[in-house]
Design a binder for this molecule. Structure first.
Ligand code: GLC
Length: 751
């Protein structure tokens, strides 16, 4: 049914239009019955439906309906599997359609700038490309059911400390290449029905009041055509936010936002067209959901639960294994730790789901011969010496000991950041004690973000289940005994210690400003640029078999594609995740530009093809106001992780943009040298200078002096040349004019 939304808007009163730009309550939008405009509902969250019927809140405090709790994004990202994310999205969309929810408030896709951010469990990665591709896949899955997704929190919302008022101070290149990049990928490739503007300011302006962000970039550049919804309680100035492009204020509380909009229109401060446009965007989504032909089918909870278990298996990362895994069923194995009984499978806050069914690995009898001891408390508390000794004894006497450790709920959550990266000392101490008496000690981790592991060298294996959703216990069992193979890869670096992290000195800032002084050097970009050791690198993950890469080729045509052959050289079927990185000639680090999973039988070889997009070779220039390739010799790396690079190839590319130049007395010789239009003139001039400074015979100067003079000349602004007695001020002025003529001609040719 095609609705004439503009006609509908023309019949609405000013109050009705203003009213539609905020909610009816915490989760519902207003209806306009007389015009047949229905009220629709939105709900959290990124890894499960948190639909509240009764008392409602945006912090996960009040009850919500039973729903399947899928792997949180920290785990889902470790799958490096777009197909899986689309499948998860498909199930979430089905559940929303069945529960009459029009927009699901997810994926949450902020970059993990620091391991300390309390909501890292809810986010995908430290890498924007991986985040964008996986979040985009989830959005496509959700929206298959004519249910909207909501890409959040736009943007640079990378800490919880003072999240509602703090300003993320980020330079433009870093903002574009790191903090907006994932949103750009999903808007261009997955077309989310909505985007949620974040609480924080960006360089002093609230995200919800930034016209640059919400209109110029999001809509003007990327083509976003849905509605922008505020984070709950994020609106500071309702009229400013409307002018910036924020369409819907949530939640409804006292109607003051609506009144301010109406008054601003009546006073002439706000153009009514701006209000009409916001209403149009909202109604387009309301009716896209409401008029959909998609069936309100009842989904099969058992099927979705089984899918959640399968997903958790694909999200786990085998970080270390000396061969102790997989275990043999029937062997006497000691399971230690309360997470074996009740696994930690999700985080706290607005994403918290009333899970359908959770089982612990200990519940998975099926031929297991298990003995159990707590060893430590579920909230990190230490137990009595007797209890600890009992756990150590049971671990010592078994064939192997599996310690289910991890971060207790209170250690990481929406609303506050972590202050350190440590597991509870009760866990660290117990792991050390058991590893000292049991060579086959396995640690299973339930964590939403990286932790320090002082015992990493002392244990035989580390299996990171992350917060794998309600199926995580069943998945851990299958992986420990080899019924499933570990295929996950780390979507974030695990540093050895907090002090090594890129933003250690700046995070979380003074509460007013959080200065992103590390720039684009986030995560592995930083550790690679500094050639630092890490505990486990981005992209790392072991399998129960081995792989070899060979025969890498890069197509000559742009966009480029990489092909290579992967061989399973081990004794079990296995799935590899090929990662492609690119390093530019002038960059200190490489960046992820492609990835693909490939399943191989024993001895099997397959060719993998990974298509790269233009951005693989580009960087953002504030002066150019766009992405561009600087040209030169690039290196393409194919690896098992960011640190396990197996093959590299060089490729020479032409520049597809030149940084614009306007010459004045402060322009340096170096800038003139770098620009193709002015370089020939400057080369001649430099030759003349060389002759002048060396008194006609260059050999009189030592090598060092020649280098020094050249560098001083290159870095000199034109106005300084007369002081070196190289040319006169009149000549400098003439040169400035001549250079700008050359640049104008060059720019005219380029247009
Ligand atoms: C919360 C979160 C956001 C959530 C919203 C509604 O404060 O920041 O992710 O979707 O409010 O619960």
């Amino acid at each position: 049914m095609k609705r004439d939304i503009k006609a509908l808007i023309s019949e609405m009163t000013l109050e009705e239009k203003a009213g539609l730009c905020s909610g009816k309550d915490t989760w519902r939008l207003k209806a306009v019955e007389r015009l047949g405009i229905p009220s629709v509902m939105v709900s959290d969250g990124p890894h499960g439906l948190r639909k509240q019927g009764g008392a409602s809140d945006h912090l996960g405090l009040n009850d919500s309906i039973k729903a399947i709790c899928f792997p949180a994004a920290c785990a889902a990202a470790a799958s490096f599997d777009e197909e899986l994310l689309e499948k998860l999205g498909d199930m979430l969309g089905r559940e929303c359609r069945a529960e009459d929810v029009a927009v699901l408030l997810g994926p949450a896709m902020n970059i993990k700038r620091s391991p300390l951010c309390g909501r890292n469990f809810e986010y995908f990665s430290e890498d924007p490309y991986l985040t964008g591709k996986l979040a985009g896949a989830q959005i496509r899955g959700i929206q298959k059911h004519d249910v909207g997704a909501c890409a959040k929190h736009f943007a640079a919302n990378n800490q919880e400390y003072r999240r509602m008022t703090c300003s993320s101070e980020v330079d433009e290149k870093t903002l574009r290449e790191i903090y907006l990049r994932a949103f750009e990928i999903v808007v261009r490739e997955a077309k989310p029905w909505s985007v949620m503007s974040s609480y924080n300011k960006i360089n002093g302006t609230y995200a919800g009041e930034s016209h640059d962000l919400l209109t110029k970039t999001l809509r003007g550049e990327w083509g976003f055509d849905g509605f922008v919804v505020s984070d709950w309680g994020a609106v500071n100035d309702r009229v400013l936010s409307a002018e910036a492009g924020l369409d819907l204020e949530m939640p409804y509380y006292d109607g003051s936002g609506d009144r301010k909009l109406a008054e601003a229109v009546l006073s002439g401060r706000l153009d009514e067209k701006v209000l009409d446009k916001a209403v149009e965007r909202i109604l387009k989504i309301v009716f896209r959901f409401y008029d959909s032909a998609c069936e309100k089918e009842n989904f099969d909870r058992e099927k979705h639960h089984a899918a959640a278990v399968q997903a958790a298996k694909k999200c786990a990362v085998l970080m270390k294994n000396n061969g102790v895994l997989p275990l043999g069923r029937g062997e006497e194995i000691a399971y230690i730790g309360p997470f074996a009984k009740v696994p930690r499978y999700q985080g706290g806050g607005s994403s918290h789901i009333n899970a359908y069914r959770v089982k612990g690995a200990l519940d998975m009898a099926q031929g297991n011969n298990l003995i159990y001891a707590d060893g430590f408390g579920a909230n990190g508390e230490a137990l009595s010496k007797i209890e600890v000794d009992k756990a150590v004894q049971k671990a010592k006497n078994a064939r192997a000991a599996v310690i289910f450790a991890g971060l207790p709920d209170s250690y990481e959550s929406e609303g506050y950041d972590r202050r350190h990266m440590k597991l509870p000392s009760s866990q660290n101490e117990l792991i050390e004690k058991i590893a000292a008496v049991q060579p086959n000690t396995v640690v299973v981790l339930h964590i939403g973000s990286p932790v320090e592991m002082p015992w990493a060298d002392d244990v035989a294996a580390i299996l990171n289940m992350y917060l794998g959703g309600e199926g995580v216990g069943e998945a851990a069992d299958a992986l420990l005994y080899g019924d499933a193979e570990p295929v996950g890869r780390l979507p974030e670096s695990f540093p050895e210690r907090l002090e090594d992290t890129p933003c250690y000195l700046d995070f979380p800032g003074d509460g007013e400003r959080s200065v992103y002084s590390e720039g684009t050097y986030v995560g592995y970009r930083y550790y690679d640029a500094r050639n630092m050791k890490v505990l486990f690198p981005f992209g790392h993950g072991l399998s129960y078999t081995e792989f070899e890469f060979s025969d890498m080729k890069i197509s000559a045509s742009n966009p480029f594609c990489v092909t290579l052959t992967v061989t399973n050289t081990g004794a079990r079927m296995g799935t590899e995740t090929v990662q492609i990185y690119v390093s530019a000639p002038d960059e200190k680090c490489k960046r992820l530009v492609g990835f693909k999973k490939i399943c191989l039988d024993v001895g099997e070889s397959k060719m993998v093809r990974i298509d790269l997009d233009d951005r693989a070779y580009e960087q953002f220039s504030g002066k150019l106001g766009r992405w561009y390739c600087r040209g030169g010799a690039f290196t393409v790396h194919a690896g098992r992780s960011s640190r396990d690079i197996r093959l590299t190839e060089k490729i020479v590319l032409k520049a597809n943009g030149v940084i614009p130049l306007a010459v004045d007395q402060n322009t340096t010789i170096a800038e003139l040298f770098e620009h193709p239009a002015t370089r020939p003139t400057v080369e001649k001039m430099l030759a003349g200078f060389r002759a002048a400074v060396s008194g006609g015979s260059a050999e009189r100067r030592s090598e060092q002096e020649a280098v020094m003079l050249r560098e001083m000349a290159l870095n000199a602004p034109l106005r300084a040349l007369p002081t070196f007695k190289l040319i006169t001020t009149q000549q400098v002025n003439a040169l400035i004019g001549q250079m700008n003529v050359l640049l104008d001609e060059y720019n005219k040719k380029g247009e």
